[in-house]
Ligand binder design. Sequence first.
Ligand SMILES: *[C@@H]1O[C@H](CO)[C@@H](O)[C@H](O)[C@H]1NC(C)=O
Ligand SMILES: *[C@@H]1O[C@H](CO)[C@@H](O)[C@H](O)[C@H]1NC(C)=O
Ligand SMILES: *[C@@H]1O[C@H](CO)[C@@H](O)[C@H](O)[C@H]1NC(C)=O
Ligand SMILES: *[C@@H]1O[C@H](CO)[C@@H](O)[C@H](O)[C@H]1NC(C)=O
Ligand SMILES: *[C@@H]1O[C@H](CO)[C@@H](O)[C@H](O)[C@H]1NC(C)=O
Ligand SMILES: *[C@@H]1O[C@H](CO)[C@@H](O)[C@H](O)[C@H]1NC(C)=O
Ligand SMILES: *[C@@H]1O[C@H](CO)[C@@H](O)[C@H](O)[C@H]1NC(C)=O
Ligand SMILES: *[C@@H]1O[C@H](CO)[C@@H](O)[C@H](O)[C@H]1NC(C)=O
Ligand SMILES: *[C@@H]1O[C@H](CO)[C@@H](O)[C@H](O)[C@H]1NC(C)=O
Length: 555
Amino acid sequence: MIPLLLLLLLLSVTPCSAQNAAADEITNLPGVTFNTNFKHYSGYLNGNMQGTWKLHYWLVESQGNAATDPLILWLNGGPGCSSVGGMFEELGPFYPERDGNSLYENVFSWNKVANVLFLESPIGVGFSYDTSNTSNVKTDDDTVAYQNYQALIDFFTNVQPAYANRTFYIAGESYSGIYLPTLARVLVQGINNESFPNKNFQGMAIGNGYMNVKYLTNSLVLWSNYHGLIALEDWEKIKTVCCNNQDVDKCDFSAHLNTTDNMNFNSDGSECGYYVYQTLTDQTPPWPANQDPYNFYQDCYDPLPTTSTSSPMINFIKGHPNIAATNPHGTASILWHDSTDSQRGNPCWSEDAVTIYLNKAEVQAALHINSSWQSTVGQWNDCSDPIYNSYTVIYTDTTPFFQHVINNVKTPNFRILVYNGDVDTICDYLGDSWHIRDLAISLNMTSKPRTSWSFRNQIAGYVQRYTANTSVTVDVLTVKGAGHFVPNDRPGPALQMIANFIGNVANYSTATGIIVTPQGPPTSSSTTTAPSGARAANSSFLLVAISAVLLKKLF
Ligand SMILES: *[C@@H]1O[C@H](CO)[C@@H](O)[C@H](O)[C@H]1NC(C)=O
Ligand SMILES: *[C@@H]1O[C@H](CO)[C@@H](O)[C@H](O)[C@H]1NC(C)=O
Ligand SMILES: *[C@@H]1O[C@H](CO)[C@@H](O)[C@H](O)[C@H]1NC(C)=O
Ligand SMILES: *[C@@H]1O[C@H](CO)[C@@H](O)[C@H](O)[C@H]1NC(C)=O
Ligand SMILES: *[C@@H]1O[C@H](CO)[C@@H](O)[C@H](O)[C@H]1NC(C)=O
Ligand SMILES: *[C@@H]1O[C@H](CO)[C@@H](O)[C@H](O)[C@H]1NC(C)=O
Ligand SMILES: *[C@@H]1O[C@H](CO)[C@@H](O)[C@H](O)[C@H]1NC(C)=O
Ligand SMILES: *[C@@H]1O[C@H](CO)[C@@H](O)[C@H](O)[C@H]1NC(C)=O
Ligand SMILES: *[C@@H]1O[C@H](CO)[C@@H](O)[C@H](O)[C@H]1NC(C)=O
């Protein structure tokens, strides 16, 4: 028990941020080529009690009803990757043109239905930094959960108090499979002991999550075999030397791998380890050239077959988003018949385009980036290698966090969504399904049959609902054809999925209320436009893009 006087003293040293929402509003984001019919804010949240850990946030308000729609916190993984990167490359309203100069509209942005808070976490990522030690990059799962929790307190209490009672969800991807359950547990604790300012915590959505290291390793071996990566005779050998010819679905391949960081693996020197490692090197570092582990079916060209301005792909990129206007011959002119790439390269170059855009002085000025960040850190990166390389993974199995949340949360209709693009090899759907199946068994949850769900009358994936005796539901959902970056790979289905999740619509096939009509050109008061000459194709970005996509990050 803390004596009252000490408690008052502690409270009085807690810095009260002088910031307010108005000061953080972005009024003139450079390069926007469409009408932004929503408000957005960029600034800093305190990630510790001392106020020295500054976490950069970007709040993009809803295009629906900003005053009543829920808030979604979004966290990318890494560890060390930026959520603002995820905003530009996946689920936000602004997608960068390839030259990094202008921004076109993502009509499937999640802010169609929600207010989305992108938090660059932990300190050292993106524009977030430790003002007392800008080289502070050493962190771990508990420290990250603490920072995110503190930042949310500052957000609801001081920086955006209009959101103090708003229904909110926490969501993210990849290594956020650890960030989110650890944060959810402290949120439930803080709400139950009445110290957290907003009690309306309503759910958690985890995309291609790193939630169970052993399961993701074991499932990847099976995934690889059944996606044509292993020779028949090697598979027979693996079954013998790894599984003693027992049930291969229950075989613990991970027991034959060594790891020092719980993210990268090597053979333990045994015969099984040798074979399994050979298999996994198709999806884990060192990857073979020209295989994208984040989407098994995504190809990146290095360099593109042609950089001539008559290339259909270049035409597409230049013309986007007004394909019809700049391609008078219609769809046929944008097809690239000899390409194996269904996304016209976007995932291969978007990271570089974002990096160029966010390092422009005029962009940083519009985002209210602190001059002390500019003079000490000075470079925005999508992912921080120093953070990744010095990160300590504490939790290799997140089951206890799920159990705590499910057993203790008091919000009625609390929901969890575990979704997976089904062609990701970094965090595959099978291992994540096993993880939730075991959780359900441990809590004696009931299960409904797995059914398909659809987007525009096509199968979009499969979903299975588990329900706990506390009435908390956990939906395990696949997104057909998406890789690791679901909102980028399957934007329409991803938006429909999240809209139904936050809307508490159990049927994920429902499209009601989702409007994806493009905005018109910017009104003069809302934005500035890019200089018209700024869109020339620039092939020199591509080499960097190819190497960037092969980083080992759990984005
Ligand atoms: C700053 O952070 C770095 C990396 O985490 C650490 O090695 C160093 O000791 C810190 N410096 C101070 C003055 O705390
Ligand atoms: C939040 O709820 C509290 C308690 O009901 C109320 O005092 C406060 O004015 C509300 N804040 C907002 C921003 O609605
Ligand atoms: C309430 O829970 C939060 C989150 O776990 C914790 O940080 C805080 O110390 C707790 N407060 C009290 C008074 O127990
Ligand atoms: C793997 O780890 C085991 C146990 O620590 C050790 O005996 C073995 O030498 C390691 N193998 C390799 C190839 O590093
Ligand atoms: C901005 O930088 C100044 C030092 O120049 C520092 O005192 C202040 O805390 C910083 N504020 C934020 C929000 O980062
Ligand atoms: C719910 O199930 C859990 C795990 O099976 C059990 O510990 C708990 O007592 C049950 N709670 C209720 C209200 O039935
Ligand atoms: C598990 O759930 C079933 C059905 O809800 C119930 O009949 C049974 O008693 C539960 N078992 C335990 C151990 O809680
Ligand atoms: C789910 O919604 C779709 C689209 O509205 C509808 O066709 C389907 O019948 C619904 N399924 C169920 C089980 O209600
Ligand atoms: C292409 O990008 C490079 C690197 O940013 C730059 O140096 C060069 O001037 C650009 N070329 C054109 C034609 O824009």
